[in-house]
Write a protein that binds this ligand. Structure first.
Ligand code: GDG
Length: 487
């Protein structure tokens, strides 16, 4: 095992999605970089390229799925000043079974503790294996000695071990973005599937999860499913070990902190506030998903209006839901339930001049998002289960004014880092209603005290620290090899 601290030659990121989408412009096709947490984290590393001590020394290579319609596109289109993208083109039927089927219809509901929504189809698992093998082909076509391969998320659980088997000397990282559930849930998977999935991710040298709980759940599954020895936070194989640790993902604090004062954001914020007669504003934004607890949130707001008539006419809940997967029956059902609940609340409590819930089924621009983060009095974030939840960290980071109250579900990974939020259980309608009331009457002094502590946390553990710590874990492991018994 090498003990050198030499920077990695190149960083190869592998995730289902590429870091950009491809657009038609008058000049031809061009790349538009996505703004998600993972892309920000990787960009932070890219900014350090070429600096002494930088972990990687060249452009970042990114392997991800792309629309087969782009197969004939000039490969130069897939490169910009930071990234070289390597598209994986999947057969349509394979992608359907792999992505819509095994990933979104089985692993997603199961790992978010919705087993009754999970569909167990053997043909989907076959597609999952085939798709992971296709990603391997792309990685193998690229990989050079000294590269670090960093694989992301539940769509690619088999890939770390496939890479390990093909290139045993490669340094491999794996990060899991959704909750890792306890073994009772994992046990619902057929024996052969759970063995392959756990063995698959253990191909990595460093495995990251958002919280210590997820790490414990994973290690328990390793014991139960594969009966491998575990020493401290390492899973021990005869010839190597894998480090399993929590690395709570975060946001680009400075970006959110600074954006609130940009002219466009200020103008939009004022525009929104001038539309409200009594500008007490509650805000939420999520993708349409049954894990996000949107109906429970509305029920909490409904109970609050029922119990506190003095607030009627004076508070507006702006609830944005970003369209997602709405061709799937469970998502159509949740959408219908949301619309029915919004209609009921507005019908029951609204007046000619006041709509209690302003419901938007669309996505927001970054400027709109920032305007709402900084205009609202309360951010109401109530997932029934969420690996981390970046929205709450973005809200906190954007509140340079120190004001605003965060109401946060204890079932989001972020709750473990932000105990100064008003922590609620989203299934407890009364607790949600009470928290809304408490937030609306909270003194500015208490808001500032809570917000300061939350902002300190997000500032000190930003997305840059997340990626830095993850890569540093390789050095630590290599410099502290386990003394493996070989009798
Ligand atoms: C996974 C895990 C984990 C949302 N609507 C709009 C918009 N967004 C942006 C937010 C935020 C991101 O999308 C959502 O982040 P989350 O963390 O809530 O969830 P996911 O990215 O879906 O999923 C999750 C995460 O991975 C990271 O590991 O935290 O638990 O499920 O950045 O700002 N952005 C804009 N308009 C919108 O309408 N501009």
């Amino acid at each position: 095992m090498t003990t050198s601290k030499t920077p990695f030659n190149r960083l190869l990121i592998v995730s289902y999605r590429l870091p950009f989408t491809i657009h038609q412009t008058p000049e031809g096709l061009s790349l538009k970089q996505n703004a998600g947490g993972l892309v920000s984290a990787v960009l932070s590393m890219a900014e350090r390229l070429g600096q002494p001590g930088a972990p990687v020394a060249s452009k970042i290579h990114w392997v991800g799925h792309a629309d087969p319609a782009l197969q004939s596109v000039d490969p130069a289109v897939f490169e910009n000043e930071t990234f070289v993208a390597h598209p994986v083109f999947l057969d349509e039927a394979v992608n359907k079974g792999f992505y819509e089927g095994f990933s979104n219809d089985l692993l997603w509901p199961l790992f978010h503790y919705f087993p009754s929504y999970a569909s167990f189809r053997e043909s989907d698992f076959t597609c999952y294996q085939q798709a992971n093998a296709r990603f391997l082909e792309e990685v193998l076509a690229l990989i050079e000695p000294g590269d670090l391969v960093w694989i992301h998320d539940f769509q690619l659980m088999l890939l770390p071990n496939l890479v390990r088997e093909a290139r045993p000397d490669t340094r491999i990282g794996y990060f899991f973005h959704i909750p890792f559930p306890n073994y009772e849930i994992i046990k619902l998977l057929p024996r052969a599937w759970r063995q392959q999935l756990i063995q698959g991710v253990l191909g990595a040298d460093v495995l990251g999860f958002h919280t210590p709980d997820y790490v414990q759940h994973f290690l328990q599954s390793v014991s139960e499913v594969l009966a491998l020895p575990i020493i401290g936070n390492r899973v021990v194989f005869p010839d190597r070990s894998a480090v399993v640790r929590d690395f709570p993902i975060s946001v680009d604090f400075a970006k959110f902190n600074n954006s609130g004062q940009e002219d466009a954001v200020v103008a939009m914020r004022h525009g929104y506030l001038s539309l409200l007669r009594h500008p007490k504003l509650i805000f939420s934004v999520d993708r349409l998903d049954y894990t996000k607890g949107i109906t429970s949130r509305l029920q909490g707001f409904e109970r609050f209006l029922h119990q506190h008539p003095e607030w009627r006419d004076t508070v507006t809940f702006v609830m944005t839901v970003v369209p997602s997967r709405d061709n799937i029956p469970q998502y159509q059902e949740i959408k219908r339930e949301i619309e029915e609940t919004v209609g009921r609340i507005n019908g029951l409590f609204g007046s000619i001049g006041w709509r209690p819930v302003v419901y938007l089924y669309s996505s927001l621009t970054f400027t709109e998002l920032l305007a709402l983060y900084t205009a609202c009095d309360v951010a109401l974030i109530t997932p029934l289960r969420d690996g981390m939840n970046l929205v709450c960290k973005e809200f906190v980071a954007s509140r340079e004014d120190g004001r605003g109250v965060l109401i946060l579900s204890e079932l989001a990974g972020a709750a473990q880092e932000l105990p100064d939020a008003l922590i609620i259980n989203p299934t407890d309608t009364q607790e949600v209603a009470d928290a809304i009331h408490k937030a609306l009457v909270m003194t500015p002094r208490e808001q500032e005290g809570r917000m300061r502590k939350m902002r300190d946390r997000v500032q000190n553990y930003s997305v840059f620290r997340w990626s830095h710590d993850f890569l540093k874990a390789f050095d630590e492991m290599m410099n502290n090899p386990l003394e493996l018994e070989t009798d």
